[in-house]
Design a protein around this ligand. Structure first.
Ligand SMILES: Cc1cc2nc3c(=O)[nH]c(=O)nc-3n(C[C@H](O)[C@H](O)[C@H](O)COP(=O)(O)OP(=O)(O)OC[C@H]3O[C@@H](n4cnc5c(N)ncnc54)[C@H](O)[C@@H]3O)c2cc1C
Length: 96
């Protein structure tokens, strides 16, 4: 036992399962970081557009494999970079 006596001081416990995440967010199969990162998934290119919707783009954990916040941020950055390229604008970033 690492912390003797701690159990008697716990007033409430709560456990989140994939079902909990699905119930709150409706993310596919209760995934909390997007697509499962498998060796096959690493090289998969996921579309960030939808058929019939012009000038509509998606960013986030479901359009880039890798998972979590880094993937979500990276997909947004890449999208803006691509839009700048398309529109002939310079892509520049600032460090906060
Ligand atoms: C408990 C938990 C712990 C985590 N810990 C980590 C961690 O330590 N490190 C890490 O990198 N990642 C972690 N993650 C994963 C990370 O939070 C997600 O990968 C990331 O937030 C995904 O960003 P996103 O922009 O794709 O989606 P989200 O952050 O889910 O944003 C989607 C947004 O769209 C909104 N939305 C949904 N439907 C609609 C609609 N119809 N109209 C308008 N708005 C809508 C939602 O309200 C939400 O604000 C964790 C996730 C969970 C659940």
């Amino acid at each position: 036992m690492i912390y003797p006596g701690i159990s008697s001081q716990v007033e409430m416990t709560d456990i989140a399962t994939p079902y909990t995440l699905w119930r709150y967010t409706r993310n596919y199969r209760g995934a909390y970081e997007g697509w499962l990162l498998t060796p096959e998934a690493v090289s998969v290119k996921i579309s960030n557009t939808l058929p019939g919707l012009a000038n509509f783009y998606m960013a986030g954990q479901w359009v880039q494999t890798g998972g979590g916040i880094p993937s979500a941020l990276s997909s947004g950055r890449t999208l803006v970079q691509n839009l700048c390229e398309r529109d002939g604008k310079k892509f520049s970033t600032v460090t906060p």
